[in-house]
Design a protein around this ligand. Structure first.
Ligand code: MG
Length: 166
């Protein structure tokens, strides 16, 4: 049985691409929401997309600071349409849960390599993932409350345009 190498630096390189993928996906969701006339949701996703690029840059900067060569891999294709606004947010939550798993995997690798600077850097991401998941769960709760009411969707759109991004 072969055990896959879990070099923390390689995982960080991969994570740059994972975060860029999330950035593309949220940009695609912004375009979808714009097309649906949901400007608040679109603005929310644009801000989200920017944040994901910043996440990628945190890994990039960490590797550069540690004198490690950065190599940018292929960013997977993103969907361009969803069946409903709710479906897009469900995808977003599923994606964040996946990212949480990726961060945990890097953390474990950093821990077993005794890489304290990386562990310290990842602490920020551990908190950030709790926040990201909470935000998307809350939005899905709002969709549960309105069921399929169109006026309710406009209300959510209004709320999201006011939602503060860090
Ligand atoms: Mg992220």
């Amino acid at each position: 049985m072969t055990i896959m190498a879990t070099n923390p630096r390689d995982l960080c390189n991969e994570q740059i691409v994972n975060e860029l993928h999330a950035s593309h996906m949220y940009l695609s969701m912004a375009a979808y929401f714009n097309h649906q006339g949901l400007r608040g949701c679109a603005d929310f996703m644009l801000a989200q997309s920017e944040e994901e690029r910043e996440h990628a840059m945190r890994f990039y900067n960490h590797l550069v600071d540690r004198d490690t060569r950065v190599e940018i891999g292929v960013v997977d294709e993103t969907p361009n349409a969803w069946d409903s606004p709710r479906a897009a947010f469900e995808d977003a939550l599923a994606h964040e849960e996946k990212v949480t798993g990726q961060i945990e995997k890097i953390y474990e690798a950093a821990e077993s390599a005794g890489d304290r600077p990386l562990m310290n850097m990842l602490d920020w991401f551990v908190d950030e993932q709790v926040e990201e998941e909470r935000t998307f769960r809350r939005i899905l709760e709002l969709f549960d409350l309105i069921e399929d009411d169109q006026a309710g969707i406009l209300e959510i759109d209004e709320r999201l345009s006011d939602l503060d991004h860090e």
